[in-house]
Design a protein around this ligand. Structure first.
Ligand code: FAD
Length: 360
């Protein structure tokens, strides 16, 4: 049994730990500053919607991870109601004028009528003009999922515990120091770095290609019965509109924005009003007929920082201060929908890194 420390308890850390724990060959400690149940600006995972809307460009690592994570995510939606994931139809509306705008670029792959994922998700359809609201130039729909992150993250933690993983609070200043945080008291054979945006400052990593993609949301008590999104807004180049209802009473998430480089942790009240107005315009079923945003019942406002990375997600191995490290971070706005394939890639790298170490 090799001793492994997973640094980070977001969706990346917990899914990596679970993947390895199911393998049975590892003695695993998850060490993290923030755990499921916490809400903090340094912890992206609880703030996600989270749904499955592929953003990766066809042929990219992100797209590969999105494609290969769908089977397990949809299996959970079908077979494991306790995980807090359900299937929902999503309608995506496209405006020609958004092509080339920051939000238009962000949604570019998602909005394509010939999307690479049209054979991955069920019921992919191109909408007729009659099915799109005024002002939209086209649209697609398919069956996706929505994950209630306030149930799913604790479920992942419980699955880890059931497979013998130990969970501990801790802060590592340097990634190699995490090797000394294994519950056995012995130095770990390998560290898996799942610290998200904090890998920008974590000693031994300090990845300067990371930056925040600020997202602001409003959680409301409505349930329109479907999810929807549009390719842009008239309110600003980095604002967006999306609506998604979480499983099992998790509320409905209204978003949003993608403010690159912004570290602001507090919700902006005027943006919150714009988010709600746009959501009700796009999805009138959020409120009783004839009503506006005053009819929304608000659970909370929130802000999360997506761990964006220039280039791509980082799933790689290296040796730092003599400690084998496997990185799994930089999942931007798609960390749930990439999680299972990323964890499978981590498992492969762990096996390779431990074999290399054994040969030394
Ligand atoms: P995090 O969740 O940030 O976890 C990092 C972990 O590392 C934490 O436990 C933290 O405490 C720990 N840590 C950091 N530094 C240290 C240290 N030095 N020592 C110890 N512990 C440390 N994704 C989707 O797939 N679908 C969506 O619909 C979606 N919507 C989103 C909407 C918003 C508004 C936002 C903000 C994100 C959204 N995302 C979505 C993206 C997704 O939330 C992220 O990609 C994902 O949560 C990243 O997870 P992570 O585990 O890599 O990082």
């Amino acid at each position: 049994m090799s001793n492994i420390v997973v640094l980070g308890a977001g969706v990346s850390g917990l899914t990596s730990a679970l993947q390895l724990a199911r393998n049975g060959n590892y003695n695993i400690t998850v060490v993290a500053k923030h755990m499921p149940g916490d809400y903090d600006i340094e912890y992206a995972s609880p703030w996600a919607g989270a749904n499955y809307l592929p953003f990766g460009k066809g042929g990219s690592l992100a797209a590969e991870f999105e494609r290969d994570s769908w089977p397990e995510i949809s299996r959970l939606a079908r077979d494991a109601p306790e995980a807090g994931i359900h299937f929902q139809e999503v309608k995506l509306f496209r405006r020609s004028k958004d092509v080339g705008s920051p939000t238009g670029d962000w949604f570019a792959e998602l909005m394509r009528e010939d999307a690479w994922f049209k054979d991955t998700v069920p019921n992919f359809k191109i909408m007729s003009k009659n099915d799109t609201p005024d002002g939209m130039d086209g649209g697609t729909s398919f069956t996706s999922v929505c994950i209630n992150t306030s149930l799913y993250l604790p479920w992942l933690a419980s699955q880890c515990l059931a497979h013998g993983v130990k969970l501990r609070r801790g802060i590592a200043d340097h990634v190699a120091d995490a090797a000394m945080m294994h519950h056995s008291g012995k130095r770990a054979d390998l560290v898996i770095n799942c610290t998200g945006l904090s890998s920008l400052k974590l000693g031994g990593v300090e990845d300067k290609t990371l930056y925040p993609g600020r997202g602001q949301i409003v959680v409301v008590r409505s349930d329109p019965g479907y999810m929807c999104s549009s390719s842009g807004t008239d309110d600003g180049p980095d604002e967006a509109t999306y609506v998604m209802s979480r499983a099992a009473g998790g509320g409905c998430i209204l978003g949003g924005c993608m403010q690159k480089g912004s570290w602001e942790s507090q919700p902006d009240p005027s943006m919150a009003t714009r988010i709600m107005k746009r959501a009700v315009d796009l999805c009138p079923e959020l409120v009783p007929e004839g009503k506006g945003i005053e009819a929304l019942s608000i659970v909370r406002h929130g802000v999360g920082l997506r761990p964006m990375r220039e280039g791509s997600i980082r799933v790689e191995k290296e040796v730092i201060r003599g400690v084998p490290v496997v990185h799994n971070y930089g999942h931007g706005g798609y960390g749930y929908q990439t999680s299972y394939a990323a964890a499978a890639a981590v498992e492969k790298l762990v096996e390779e890194a431990l074999q290399e170490r054994a040969r030394l």
